[in-house]
Write a protein that binds this ligand. Structure first.
Ligand SMILES: NC(=O)c1ccc[n+]([C@@H]2O[C@H](COP(=O)([O-])OP(=O)(O)OC[C@H]3O[C@@H](n4cnc5c(N)ncnc54)[C@H](O)[C@@H]3O)[C@@H](O)[C@H]2O)c1
Length: 312
């Protein structure tokens, strides 16, 4: 079976490709479609460099025997807010282009779309139920909400067999800060562990819904293979996460890495980040995804231990 991963060179895309190749899943070929080269070295991986808004590039990647398309390539929240047209063009227009290419395939592929809790905003209950209507308060959230509707409609028409996975914020992300408004969620842990200072731009008691990279990748692998009939009419899943606050995360950091690491983080309020991140929900009712086999991390200490072990 051939699998396409857009954004296959990215943080989650490259980890997803590695996970799909691991074990005996019968994966014959994975095509990474990204503007940069996929770092996974394996003879089964073909790294196609190009943009998902280029019809020739998309058509070239999506030929006959495609079983699953994981659509991860996106303009992230900070950049989408700063560059309105770029965000909507890649997150909406290019998603439609990709769905159209899938529609031309001989059989509808499983189409896994990585959406985000950023589709929610405004007045919300403490725990968001599956039935809450999206009301995004950012250009990124709007682009993802439109993408979700497109995937659902192309699924209803049986052009694809789609699943929308609304991802929690993923932490701890290695490397450097990125263009996501939530970049600090990883930064307040990663930078102090590197002995570097870091700024926390939101109030310490801000509730955030997060998942570790390992858990979200296991959930995306599951989404690729799950029986579509089990989802019924509702193709949209709020992926499981845990509720944390920056204060709670820093308590974990102090406990597991020492007070000196904790002291490298300073509170520096940033209204632009607050407007976006504080509009997001902090908890979800995830009974249905848990019943389908999706999983959550146990607590933030476990996530932090996992990340610290990866540095060793
Ligand atoms: N990481 C998170 O916390 C998080 C949370 C919620 C949702 N998501 C979603 O998960 C997906 C993956 O996120 P990530 O954290 O791995 O991001 P990332 O930025 O690390 O990876 C995205 C990849 O997409 C590629 N890309 C961007 N525009 C492209 C284009 N026009 N054509 C081809 N490739 C393009 C980038 O080069 C990059 O490699 C995204 O859809 C994101 O919106 C991520």
């Amino acid at each position: 079976m051939k699998i396409i991963v857009t954004g296959g060179a990215g943080f989650l895309g490259s980890r997803l490709i590695a996970a799909l190749l691991d074990g005996d899943r019968g994966v014959e070929r994975i095509v990474s479609l990204d503007r940069i080269a996929c770092p996974v070295e394996d003879p089964r991986v073909e790294s196609r460099i190009g943009s998902i808004d280029d019809p020739g590039c998309v058509a070239g990647a999506l030929d006959g025997d495609v079983g699953i398309v994981y659509h991860l390539a996106a303009v992230l929240s900070g950049q989408s807010e700063a560059e309105f047209d770029t965000g909507l063009h890649i997150n909406v227009d290019a998603t439609r282009l990709l769905l159209e290419a899938c529609r031309k395939l001989p059989r509808p592929p499983r189409f896994v779309f990585t959406s985000s809790l950023a589709v929610f905003g405004g007045e919300m209950p403490d725990v968001v139920p599956e039935t809450l209507a999206p009301m995004p308060q950012s250009s990124y959230g709007v682009g993802k909400a439109i993408g979700e509707l497109l995937v659902c409609e192309y699924s209803r028409k049986r052009f694809v067999d789609g699943i929308v996975c609304r991802l929690p914020t993923i932490a701890v992300r290695p490397g450097r800060p990125n263009s996501a408004a939530s970049s600090f969620v990883s930064g307040i842990i990663r930078e102090p562990l590197n002995g570097e200072p870091s700024e926390m731009p939101v109030p310490p008691d801000t509730r955030m819904w997060i998942s570790s990279p390992e858990t979200v990748i296991a959930n995306l692998v599951l989404a690729g293979g799950i029986d579509g009939a089990a989802l019924g009419l509702n193709r949209v899943l709020d992926l499981p996460g845990i509720t944390v606050t920056p204060a709670g995360m820093l308590d974990s950091l102090s406990r597991l890495a020492g007070q000196a690491a904790r002291d490298l983080v300073t509170l520096t309020s940033d209204p632009k980040i607050i407007d976006i991140v504080c509009s997001w929900p902090g908890a979800f009712d995830v009974a249905r995804p848990l019943g389908l086999g999706f999983t959550a991390d146990s607590d933030f200490d476990a996530i932090l231990r996992q990340y610290m072990a990866s540095l060793a």
